[in-house]
Design a protein around this ligand. Sequence first.
Ligand SMILES: CCCCCCCCCCCCC[C@@H](O)CC(=O)SCCNC(=O)CCNC(=O)[C@H](O)C(C)(C)COP(=O)(O)OP(=O)(O)OC[C@H]1O[C@@H](n2cnc3c(N)ncnc32)[C@H](O)[C@@H]1OP(=O)(O)O
Ligand SMILES: NC(=O)c1ccc[n+]([C@@H]2O[C@H](COP(=O)([O-])OP(=O)(O)OC[C@H]3O[C@@H](n4cnc5c(N)ncnc54)[C@H](O)[C@@H]3O)[C@@H](O)[C@H]2O)c1
Length: 261
Amino acid sequence: MASQLQNRLRSALALVTGAGSGIGRAVSVRLAGEGATVAACDLDRAAAQETVRLLGGPGSKEGPPRGNHAAFQADVSEARAARCLLEQVQACFSRPPSVVVSCAGITQDEFLLHMSEDDWDKVIAVNLKGTFLVTQAAAQALVSNGCRGSIINISSIVGKVGNMGQTNYAASKAGVIGLTQTAARELGRHGIRCNSVVPGFIATPMTQKVPQKVVDKITEMIPMGHLGDPEDVADVVAFLASEDSGYITGTSVEVTGGLFM
Ligand SMILES: CCCCCCCCCCCCC[C@@H](O)CC(=O)SCCNC(=O)CCNC(=O)[C@H](O)C(C)(C)COP(=O)(O)OP(=O)(O)OC[C@H]1O[C@@H](n2cnc3c(N)ncnc32)[C@H](O)[C@@H]1OP(=O)(O)O
Ligand SMILES: NC(=O)c1ccc[n+]([C@@H]2O[C@H](COP(=O)([O-])OP(=O)(O)OC[C@H]3O[C@@H](n4cnc5c(N)ncnc54)[C@H](O)[C@@H]3O)[C@@H](O)[C@H]2O)c1
């Protein structure tokens, strides 16, 4: 990483949900690499703790701790858990997170004709309601403390163009964009920016579940010819977290290799 970026986020406290895997872990590593203190949250406590270890946090084998990073366990789809998460982060660091990245997400893919109500409910609960709950709790904490901030919500290109087998997921990710745009309209006066990142096909455990024939079909459609890496998404998240994007809010930034440009 260029040296001038190594301290770009030195004063930031960043809450990252879904930090235990894939894009959320890459985001945590990148923000910490730019000087942020990271509150790594995941449904899977051990996975969040592993991310903190990778950051050189408490209990790290990566040499002396670099920063006071900390792991938190929460199910973002539960209102009480989301509120408690923000309370715990503020109690731990004596301030609200100035950067909030909602990466927590799931898929429960099935064709519309066969999709169960439970498949629908689970995906909406985590991907859309979970993003709402974390965004709301974080915004309440920032506004009540008179703090500025940057909220970054991870949507998907599927939320813009749809995808076979993903009526639930596509609806959730389209909703994330609308939620984030509305939050941007309401929170701008408080100095809180809200933006969506819209990844395409990124090589993570989530996409490892996709049938290979589908992966092959989609990959052929990508102008850059290959899946993206979680770090490609983290690059954009770090920009939106920083003052280098200080006049950007309400946008959705695609990270797709040109898929559906
Ligand atoms: C031609 C491609 C058009 C692409 C349009 C939009 C592409 C957007 C790509 C971006 C992806 C990134 C998403 C990101 O946010 C992270 C994720 O969400 S990762 C999960 C993505 N999930 C999927 O793409 C769904 C994959 N499909 C499945 O899991 C299964 O097919 C399932 C829906 C569970 C149904 O399983 P079942 O066993 O009942 O059927 P088959 O798997 O045998 O499929 C039947 C035929 O349908 C074709 N198919 C299935 N899914 C897709 C798909 N997404 N795009 C295109 N074609 C699909 C499959 O190939 C079979 O075709 P054939 O009979 O010719 O073999
Ligand atoms: N991988 C892709 O191609 C892709 C593309 C576009 C968008 N996205 C989105 O990016 C985000 C991260 O996806 P990924 O590919 O890294 O997936 P991943 O499965 O590797 O990571 C998702 C993480 O979220 C956590 N999580 C799940 N449910 C949770 C809950 N209720 N509360 C808290 N944490 C929870 C999981 O434990 C996991 O650690 C998701 O929102 C996903 O929809 C992924």
